[in-house]
Design a protein around this ligand. Structure first.
Ligand SMILES: Nc1nc2c(ncn2[C@@H]2O[C@H](COP(=O)(O)OP(=O)(O)OP(=O)(O)O)[C@@H](O)[C@H]2O)c(=O)[nH]1
Ligand SMILES: [Mg+2]
Length: 334
């Protein structure tokens, strides 16, 4: 029903007007859950904010609706995530486009999420495309496969979450940064750990991404880069169960339902977006101006009602997040 309504509204809401564009890159190797996270964020947004709306453009809605259906189907009897969903394919990054604005008013902003096949991180001829995406993006969203991070003392973390490759990428792209950026570390597939011991999950993220965090906390980047950790439960009620190893390279992580009748019940899927908007609003309030933000901030600046709606949304409950650095880039009140 919701997706039907979304489609209906998508058509109505579209305008031909050119909106200011804000780009966000999904960054991470194949299979961590980039596309699924995006679909889950989109699905839950309506239910979380009454004042604000995020509408997928016509070309975006069907792909994400399909992915959502796949996620919801995971709450079936047997769960074997590595089999379930097809990875992102193609030679060009997929750009998911959304119009963002106040409910009942014209959209004010286009938010573009850039998604690409995670395999590109391992291909020399494609890595330049990923660098360009990051360079053009105000924020990057790094989904982390939490089971891989946490289980077997993180034995598979380097190999499958590839923190070193991410570190190398940021080293090149974030050199001489000319505008503030937001880095969101988002553990997914984290249902079990958020239930058992959230503090341990946060700790492991900081250990597993130590080089990245050290780099971003360097003298030059510290004032310009905000870093947050926000675990997102994209499915809810599906928890890690076991690892199966066949030969050296065939490793499968299995998940199970907590109890047989547990429903699809995502949690905290709106947090990344909440912080993204908070980051933008803060930039506006600080009047930190630069080439791409200029245009964008004019939007917030001229529209008090939108600014207030964003401010309300972005200050909602924030128990399950940690601001690692850059609180001054995110703090709205003293
Ligand atoms: N248990 C569980 N599995 C998930 C979750 N999110 C994604 N998955 C599974 O993880 C696999 C990879 O998810 P994708 O979203 O396709 O990952 P991706 O990063 O976009 O992968 P590429 O497109 O290949 O780069 C899929 O089989 C999903 O079913 C989650 O929250 N919990
Ligand atoms: Mg994908």
């Amino acid at each position: 029903m919701v997706s039907f309504l979304k489609k209906l509204f998508t058509n109505e809401f579209d305008t031909t007007e050119q909106l200011p564009v804000l780009k966000v890159t999904m960054l991470g190797p194949s299979g961590v859950g980039k596309t699924s996270l995006l679909a889950a964020m989109y699905d839950q947004f309506d239910q979380i904010s009454q004042d604000l709306q995020l509408r997928a453009y016509e070309d975006t809605a069907p792909i994400l609706d399909k992915r959502l259906q796949d996620l919801k189907n995971m709450v079936g009897d047997s769960i074997k995530p590595k089999d379930g969903i097809q990875g992102t394919a193609g030679d060009e990054p997929t750009c998911y486009r959304f119009q963002f604005g106040e409910t009942g008013a014209n959209p004010e902003l286009e938010i573009q999420f850039q998604d690409y096949p995670g395999g590109w991180l391992e291909k020399n001829n494609q890595i330049e495309k990923v660098r360009t995406l990051i360079r053009e993006s105000a924020a990057i969203l790094i989904p982390i496969d939490a089971a891989i991070l946490m289980e077997n003392n993180g034995e598979y973390h380097e190999k499958f979450n590839q923190p070193d490759q991410i570190n190398d990428l940021l080293k090149t792209v974030y050199r001489n940064l000319d505008s503030p950026r937001l880095v969101i570390l988002a553990p997914v597939k984290c249902e079990k750990y958020m239930q058992d011991n959230p503090a341990k999950l946060f700790d492991q993220v900081k250990k597993g991404y130590k080089k990245v965090l050290n780099q971003l906390a360097g003298e030059k980047l510290l004032p310009k880069v905000a870093v947050i950790i926000t675990p997102v439960q994209t499915v809810g009620n599906i928890v890690f169960s076991r690892i199966e190893k066949r030969g050296d390279n065939q490793i499968t992580f299995y998940y199970r339902k907590r109890t047989p009748n547990d429903p699809y019940k995502p949690k905290n899927t709106e947090l990344p977006l909440r912080f993204l908007l908070r980051f933008l609003l803060k930039l506006h309030l600080d009047k930190k101006r630069n080439y791409w933000i200029d245009w964008l901030m004019d939007t917030f600046g001229q529209n008090d009602s939108l600014r207030n709606a964003v401010s309300r949304f972005s200050q909602g409950s924030v128990d399950d997040i940690e601001i690692v650095q850059g609180i001054s880039l995110l703090k709205l009140t003293d």
